[in-house]
Unconditional design. Structure first.
Length: 322
């Protein structure tokens, strides 16, 4: 090795999943000393935009990656793909995506949707994950509002498990697992935190993180590109409201991660159902929930309090949102 920094996928044969190795990431600045690289007028950003998607300068996946290392036992694969940064607004000082008007969040969603269209035409592009990390607690180094898009050559493990379980359910009952979950949540009503004509947001019965909110479209759709204009607007409204509630819950805004789960870019997955998962990481006491021994070591979550009680707290917090 030596020369170019290593960037490759390494296969974990015990868990059966890929690890994205990138030595390029080591050079990543924590708080950049100079100007914000996401503000308008920078070398990569230019001017005259509302939402801008640029290549991530510290990628874990590249369109032209070097050959991976070879090993007499372990498996590797080229880190072929894309890593983008979605700069959600030119305004540096906003705290969160929820501070943007609904119409502007619609523009963000449509920009990501454009990447889904683009990625579906790229050879080797298998999956597009849109995600957002918020808060120093989850390692966010740049505060300028942004999210990220990874186009991967494999289906992420969590989505793969959902695809497999929802296929089993589809085959044994003829029904969509997610439509059934949605019906159960709406019928129980105690964990629903927000609803409009096209979306429902709830803390699922089986939530892992304390304030884990799932936002489901009422219609059975698989990809971001299948949403109607009205559904995109309804989604922006649901996202804004839930994240505004996260701000109001405690004295400090809640750190969170969200990820959009949609079907893979190619192939047919009629049993799958697009949804957004938000992992709000404060416990009901306002203290950070860490993934500890049971979570990291065992792979199962412990839940302090109940999803029903936390949904009640969140409903109260988001009733104070304009
Ligand atoms: Zn900035
Ligand atoms: Zn469904
Ligand atoms: Zn999911």
């Amino acid at each position: 090795m030596g020369g170019r920094p290593v960037i490759e996928l390494r296969w974990d044969p015990t868990l059966g999943e890929w690890v994205l190795v990138s030595a390029i990431r080591e050079e990543r600045p924590w708080h950049p000393r100079h100007a914000c690289p996401f503000c308008p007028g920078g070398g990569e950003t230019g001017r005259g935009w509302d939402v801008l998607i640029i290549e991530n300068r510290y990628p874990v996946l590249k369109p032209d990656p070097p050959e991976p290392s070879t090993h007499n036992f372990y498996g590797t694969q080229k880190s072929i793909g894309r890593c983008y940064v979605v700069i959600e607004t030119p305004e540096h000082g906003l705290d969160d995506i929820s501070d943007l008007p609904v119409e502007h969040i619609v523009k963000v969603v449509n920009a990501v949707r454009g990447k889904v269209v683009e990625a579906s035409k790229q050879a080797r592009a298998t999956y597009l994950l849109w995600f957002r990390n918020k808060g120093e607690e989850v390692g966010v180094s740049l505060t300028h509002p942004h999210s990220q898009v990874y186009v991967t050559p494999f289906i992420p493990s969590k989505v793969l498990r959902e695809l497999s379980n929802s296929l089993k359910y589809w085959r044994s009952t003829g029904r969509c697992l997610f439509c059934t979950i949605l019906r159960a949540e709406v019928s129980d009503d105690v964990r629903v935190v927000f609803r409009n004509s096209s979306w429902v947001a709830f803390i699922p019965f089986y939530a892992h993180w304390p304030f884990e909110v799932h936002i489901y479209p009422r219609r059975h759709v698989q990809l971001l590109t299948q949403l109607s204009r009205g559904e995109v607007k309804g989604f922006a409204e649901a996202l804004k409201t839930v994240l505004c509630g996260f701000k109001n819950l405690f004295r400090r805004p809640m750190p969170y991660v969200f990820a959009l789960h949609q079907a893979p870019l190619r192939g047919s997955y009629p049993h799958y159902h697009l949804h957004l998962e938000i992992y709000g990481m404060f416990r009901s006491t306002g203290l950070l929930k860490y993934a500890g021994g049971m979570e990291l070591g065992g792979g199962n979550f412990t839940y302090d309090s109940t999803p029903e009680a936390n949904a009640e707290l969140l409903r109260r917090a988001l009733s104070r949102c304009a």
